[in-house]
Design a protein around this ligand. Structure first.
Ligand code: NAD
Length: 298
């Protein structure tokens, strides 16, 4: 039986580890939170007492941690010294490209195969096993990575070598953040000009303003029934998460010398919305701020 060590059982990792167990794999799970660990045990995972214990006989190690410093530390201090060299190492956290490349280089130098494999899709997709994975790894390792990811995934795409998965993730989310603000500004302007939101949606969705933020995730309640705008902007993709990804994109742009002025403006607007209390709302709720309304408490 394939043995998977799963480290980080939070909002995302909990469902992902459960799907590994459901696929018939032996999952050794670890999290600093006892509550998260107990929940994973209820979903068919075995509880490990430490990262070191979780990884010691693993065929694959999957990490789903908050940010770059956590990943760097857990890899350097616990995974690389304790996992068997044959283990395939996959980090699915969203982290900075530099950390992903640094961890990959350390893993490779220690004789491991490593992939950065961040995900698109929120907790519902993590629970349902329908996440999209963007992978940075050696070409020769991709088939093994894809197979290991399969129980958690709707689609797995190789972006390129180490770090390319994280690059794809932050570039994609920068497009999303910018396009959502553009769509919201257009709805706010339409309203001031006396154009009904529903009518504007019908026209723009058949014209050159059409984009995913408009037609799949409409921030104006009504036209897209599945969008979080129809449930008070609860659930979905939190503003705080969007802000994290926009910050990563701006940091990466500064280091790479890329000009991303609209990405910077989007980061500033989401930071403002977060400070006004919108951090827990779906990111499409920024429509309320752009209309001149303060966010309602969650
Ligand atoms: P979370 O905070 O719910 O979970 C992180 C877990 O890691 C926590 O349970 C925490 O206790 C654990 N942890 C922290 N340090 C640890 C350590 N040293 N050893 C073991 N466990 C440790 O976060 P999340 O929402 O599950 O997100 C995880 C990652 O996925 C983040 O990088 C996030 O940006 C990314 N992501 C989240 C979403 C989302 O919608 N929540 C979507 C896509 C990507």
């Amino acid at each position: 039986m394939t043995r998977v060590a799963f480290i980080g059982l939070g909002n995302m990792g909990g469902g992902m580890a459960a799907n590994q167990a459901k696929a018939g794999r032996e999952v050794m799970a670890f999290d600093l939170s006892q509550a998260a660990l107990d929940k994973a045990a209820g979903a068919g995972c075995a509880k490990a007492a430490s990262v070191a214990e979780a990884v010691k006989t693993a065929d694959a190690v999957i990490t789903m941690l908050p940010a770059g410093p956590h990943v760097r530390q857990v890899y350097a201090e616990q995974i690389l010294p304790n996992a068997p060299k044959s283990a395939l190492l996959i980090d699915s956290s969203t982290i900075d490209v530099e950390s992903a490349r640094a961890v990959a280089a350390q893993a490779k130098a220690a004789g491991f195969r490593f992939a950065d494999a961040p995900v698109s899709g929120g907790t519902a997709a993590a629970d349902a096993g329908t996440l999209a994975f963007m992978v940075g790894c050696d070409e020769a390792d991709f088939a093994a990575v894809e197979e290991m990811i399969a129980p958690m995934s709707r689609v797995t795409m190789r972006a390129g070598d180490h770090g390319a998965g994280q690059a794809a993730k932050i570039c994609n989310n920068m497009v999303l953040g910018i396009s959502m603000i553009g769509v919201c500004e257009a709805f706010a302007l339409a309203e001031k000009l006396g154009l009904e939101g529903e009518r504007f949606f019908e026209i723009a969705s058949k014209s050159s303003g059409q984009c995913w933020s408009l037609t799949s995730y409409c921030p104006f309640p009504g036209p897209v029934p599945t969008a979080p705008s129809n449930r008070g902007y609860e659930g979905g993709f939190a503003t705080a998460m969007m802000l994290k990804d926009l910050k990563l994109a701006q940091d990466a742009a500064a280091k790479a010398g890329a000009a991303t002025p609209l990405g910077g403006a989007a980061e500033g607007l989401y930071a403002l919305f977060d400070r006004l209390g919108g951090g827990g709302k779906d990111f499409s709720a920024i429509l309320e701020m752009l209309r001149g309304n303060a966010p309602q408490a969650s």
